[in-house]
Design a protein around this ligand. Sequence first.
Ligand SMILES: C=C(O[C@@H]1C=C(C(=O)O)C=C[C@H]1O)C(=O)O
Ligand SMILES: [Mg+2]
Length: 453
Amino acid sequence: MPNTTGQNKTTLRFYTETIEVSRMSAHAFFEAGEDCYKGKRFFWQNKEKTFTLVGLGHAYVLANDLEKNRYQDIAQKWEELCACSLIEKADVSPILFGGFSFDPANKISSEWNSFPSSFFAVATFQLVIRDDQAFVSIHLITEEQDSAAAFENLRIERDTLIHTAQVKELKVHEKPQLLQREDRLKDEYLSAVEAVTNRIRNKEVNKVVIGRSLKLTFENSFSSSTAIYNASMEQPESYLFGLEKEDKIFFGATPERLVKLEKGKVESAGLAGSVRRGTNLEEDKKLGDALLADNKNLMEHQYVVNMIRKVFDQYCEQVKIPSRPKLMKIRDIQHLFTPIEGKIKGSSSLFEFVEAMHPTPALGGEPRQEAIEIIRESEQMNRGYYAAPIGWVNAEGEGEFAVGIRSALIENQYAYLYAGGGLVSESTSLEEFEETRVKFRPMLRTLGGNMND
Ligand SMILES: C=C(O[C@@H]1C=C(C(=O)O)C=C[C@H]1O)C(=O)O
Ligand SMILES: [Mg+2]
C-alpha cells in the first residue's frame, strides 16, 4: 500500500506517494498529459526559475462561487483535506493550485462563465522541480476502503507519463494564423478612462485601474503546452502560469508577485508605474530615468506601496520597505518596483494574506471598495481571473500567489487578452491606451497576433 493513508469524518482517504526522478522538462511532462488529462492540467514556474510545478488530472477539486468568505472556504477545505492524509515526512507535500476571480460580484456573462469565483485542484500526478531535484507524486483521494488496485494502476500511469516526458521530443506547434482582431469596447474604454480620471480629479477616489480586452480569432485551435512554452521563451524573467478548465486555459507570464510565504517570511511587491523599453540602450535608460522621476507614475506606485505597508504592519514584524522604487525591466516594459518583506507575526495563513492584499491598488484602486465598484460599472466587462490571485499552497501552508496579468484566456481558436493601467489625477486616455498596447505585447507575441495595430 502507499505509505500515507488517513481518514476523517467524511471517510475520505488521501493516499500519496512521491518518488524522485531524473530531471525532465516540465513542458514535456505537461504535454505528456495531453491525451488523458487535457482540461485538467496546471503549470507554474516562479520568476527565479527555482520552483516549477505541473499538475496532470484532478485528484480533488476545491471550488466555490461565493462572494464573501471565499478565501476562508478554500483555506478550511484544504486544511480538512490535508487532515485526511498522514504524510510521513515526504520530500514534497501535496500542493493545491488554482486561483480566484478578480471580482466575484461581477455577474456579466462572458468567456469566463465556466470559471467559479474560486477554483483549485490537487493533481493526480504532481511534478515538482525544486532547485536541481525533480519529484513526481501520485495523489488519490477517495472514499473507497480498498484502493490498492486503483493505486497500482496510477503507478503504471505515472511511470508512462515520466517515460514519455523524458524521451519524447517536445512538440512545439506552429502558431496558428490570425484571422481577426477585435479591440473590444474600445470607445467605452476610452470614455471610461476620461470619466474615471475626472472622478479622481474631483477627489471621489485616489486611484482606479481600468482595463480593456482584445478578442483574437485564429485559423486553428491552440495547444496549451505550446502556448505556455512560447510564453516562457518570450518572457523568461516572469512567473509562468497556466490553469486549464475543460476546453479553456488561462495562462500568462506575469512579473507581479502578490504574496509569498515560506518559513515565516512573507514577501510581496509594489509594482505600478510603467513606460515602454527604448529601442536602444540610451533611449531605454532615458525612459527609465524619466519614469523614476515622473510624478504621475510615482503616485500610481505610492498608493500600492502604502496599502501593502498597511497589511504588513498588521500581520508582520521586521517589515522592510525601501524608501524609493527601483526599475523592473522586462522585455516589453519597465515598471517602478518596490520589494516588500516581513516576518509573520501570529498564525495568519497564506489565504488570509491573499484576502487582505487582493486587489492591491496596482489592479484595483484606492480606496479599494470604491475602486472595485467603479471598475464594475465603468469597464462593462468581466475580468474573470485576469488581474486576480493565481498560485499554490502546500500542506504546510506555504506557497506563493502572483497576479494574473499579461495573460490570456484561450478557448479553441479564440484568445481573449486583457490589459489595464492605473489612473490618477494626471492620467490621459491617449497615454493609458498606449500603455495597454505595450502590456498586450507579451501575449500577442506569444500567440502570434499582429503587433502593429
Ligand atoms: C493592470 C496591469 O498592470 C498593472 C498596472 C501597472 C501600471 O498601471 O503602471 C503596472 C503594473 C501592474 O501592476 C496589466 O498589465 O494589465
Ligand atoms: Mg500605469
